[in-house]
Design a protein around this ligand. Structure first.
Ligand code: NAD
Length: 267
């Protein structure tokens, strides 16, 4: 029996992951705005601090795994997206790391998105603001973008930055050197309230509908949860800093040759 923290555990991908882990006999400490062991608002500094300290209390300082699934998406304000999708995840990754290191072998799955690679023109200075931990600057930059594109840029930017943060951290002494496998899953369109919120919007909806999905359409949260549970398992132990795209082929269709990119040695 293992203990996991799952943020965003009350709905969608997080809820489906939670029910699979519990069905397998594990203990899940959920973090969400409602219906969770830890009720916390990950968009605020106070909420993040509470989420970390209450989770550490409930897992008694040792944690076998973490899934950071809490998120919001277009068309909610870009500032809120930045606060939850980057800083809300980052605080859990940093704050719960000591408890993950205290377990014999822990696995972390950050929920990224294929928005990282298919959102055009994400400003590099926004990514830098996220990675510098400069929330004020990140919000300033996204609010310069007119609505509702502020939300789209914030979403792609936050997911790209947290993915980059995870790849840098994953290979470090603090993470794999401390026995913690850190990986990212990058889903495409998944039928959850987050996606429905976008599809109902007059501008964001048609943009989402125009996304080609070679497998035929959006998937369901249970299918993504199956991947997450696998990525939490010992079978995933050789995965370290991996970004696993499970997106029905959208990224491969739009950018077939962009990734993997060759290693260029500059003279
Ligand atoms: P969802 O709306 O079903 O679940 C998101 C959960 O996050 C909700 O329970 C919500 O209450 C919680 N949450 C939102 N704001 C919060 C806050 N401030 N503090 C604490 N909890 C908060 O959506 P989902 O699609 O299951 O999203 C899960 C993750 O998957 C998100 O990170 C999302 O960005 C990502 N994702 C979703 C899709 C998709 O198409 N649905 C695609 C790629 C990635």
């Amino acid at each position: 029996m293992a203990t996991y923290v799952v943020s965003g555990s009350a709905s969608g991908i997080g809820a489906s992951t939670r029910s699979r882990l519990e069905a397998a006999g594990h203990v899940v400490v959920g973090i969400d705005l409602h219906d969770a062991e830890v009720v916390a608002d990950l968009s605020t500094v106070e909420g993040r601090a509470h989420a970390v300290s209450a989770s550490l209390d409930l897992c008694h300082g040792s944690l076998d795994g973490l899934v950071t699934a809490a998120g919001v998406g277009p068309p909610v304000s870009g500032a809120l997206v930045a606060g939850v999708d980057y800083f809300g995840s980052h605080c859990l990754l940093e704050g719960l790391r000591p408890a993950l290191a205290a377990a014999p072998h822990a696995h972390v799955v950050q929920i990224g998105s294929n928005s990282t690679t298919i959102t055009p023109d994400i400003p590099e200075d926004l990514i830098e603001a996220f990675l510098d931990g400069d929330e004020r600057r990140a919000i300033e930059l996204v609010t310069e973008v007119p609505e509702p594109f502020d939300s789209i840029i914030a979403y792609g930017g936050a997911k790209l930055a947290i993915t980059r943060w995870c790849r840098r951290a994953a290979v470090s002494q603090d993470w794999i050197g401390s026995g913690i496998n850190l990986n990212v899953i990058a889903p495409g369109a998944v039928l959850t309230p987050l996606l429905e919120g976008g599809r109902d919007h007059e501008v964001v909806g048609p943009l989402m509908e125009s996304l080609p999905i070679p497998t035929g359409g959006p998937t369901n949260p249970d299918l993504i949860a199956e991947w997450i549970v696998f990525m939490l398992s010992p079978a995933a132990r050789f995965a370290c800093g991996s970004v696993v795209f499970v997106d029905g082929g959208s990224d491969a269709l739009i950018r077939p040759d962009a990734w993997p990119d060759g290693f260029q040695v500059r003279g």
